[in-house]
Design a protein around this ligand. Structure first.
Ligand SMILES: Nc1ncnc2c1ncn2[C@@H]1O[C@H](COP(=O)(O)OP(=O)(O)O)[C@@H](O)[C@H]1O
Ligand SMILES: [Mg+2]
Length: 239
């Protein structure tokens, strides 16, 4: 049988957190959706709706309270933290709102980080990191420190770092949240290019419809529940 092209399969995912006074607060309710290889999907919703919690589960940073999650047909619902780390390293590249670059390490060192556990010789790591830097158009900046770069450039370095691990999926949590709209648009255009040219699956978390519009599919979450999943609507009325 032909292998299913669903690379992400979430089935009735629930997540609760313990609360200080005792008991639990449920944050995600029965999230069910599939994502196919090569999609560019936005997960959108207001602040506090559960987007980051959902992203943490997709990215194997956290596990659900109930439901099942399959990544590349592998059940990753109940793995140990060590097993989750292996999955992350193999499949996922992360991009965060605040870049999460090491401030005292050069741009090139930052990009080499995901390669640390791959047993590659140093010169191959350097070559590969340089190739990633070139891909984001920053080859002249390899010796710079992140603090010497603009926000948009920092985010491009973070994208190069995410790409260095050869991820199947890029997970970006509010990737333009710390950028002005011009730099933000550059990053979104770049995601589009990565998606089209390299076929990388992109899942982007945002609370803004104008950002989500850059993707091809919108999953809208409200109060931890999906209330829309489909093509990008004309406007955000009704979401
Ligand atoms: N680790 C945690 N412990 C307890 N509550 C959490 C934790 N992470 C998130 N929450 C709660 O879950 C809800 C959704 O948070 P989050 O997923 O960060 O939303 P969003 O990213 O959409 O703003 C919030 O009420 C938040 O306080
Ligand atoms: Mg969030």
């Amino acid at each position: 049988m032909k292998e299913s092209k669903n690379i992400i399969s979430m089935n009735k995912i629930c997540k609760s957190f313990p609360v200080e006074m005792g008991g639990q607060q449920q944050v995600l309710f029965d999230l069910t959706f599939d994502i196919k290889a090569g999609e560019f999907v936005s997960i959108m919703g207001p602040s506090g709706s559960g987007k980051s919690t959902c992203m943490n589960i997709i990215g194997a940073l956290d596990t659900p309270t109930s439901g099942t999650y399959k990544l590349y047909n592998k059940d990753v619902t109940n793995l140990t933290p060590d097993e989750l780390a292996i999955i992350r390293n193999e499949y996922i590249g992360f991009v965060f709102q605040n870049f999460n670059l090491l401030p005292k390490r050069s741009v090139l060192d930052n990009i080499m980080l995901p390669l640390m556990y791959r047993g590659l010789p140093m010169d191959e790591r350097i070559q590969h990191a340089r190739a990633m830097l070139k891909r984001v158009g920053l080859e002249k900046f390899e010796t710079y420190l992140p603090t010497q770069l603009s926000g948009g450039m920092k985010q491009r370095v973070a994208i190069a770092r995410a790409l260095a691990g050869n991820p199947k999926v890029i997970l970006a949590d509010e990737p333009t949240g710390a950028l002005d709209s011009k730099m933000g648009n550059e990053i979104l255009d770049f995601f589009n290019k990565l998606n089209k040219d390299m076929g990388i699956t992109i899942i982007m978390i945002t609370h803004e419809f104008d950002i989500a519009k850059y993707s091809n599919r919108l999953i809208h979450i409200r109060d931890g529940r999906i209330n829309y999943d489909g093509k990008i609507p004309k406007d955000e009325k009704g979401l």
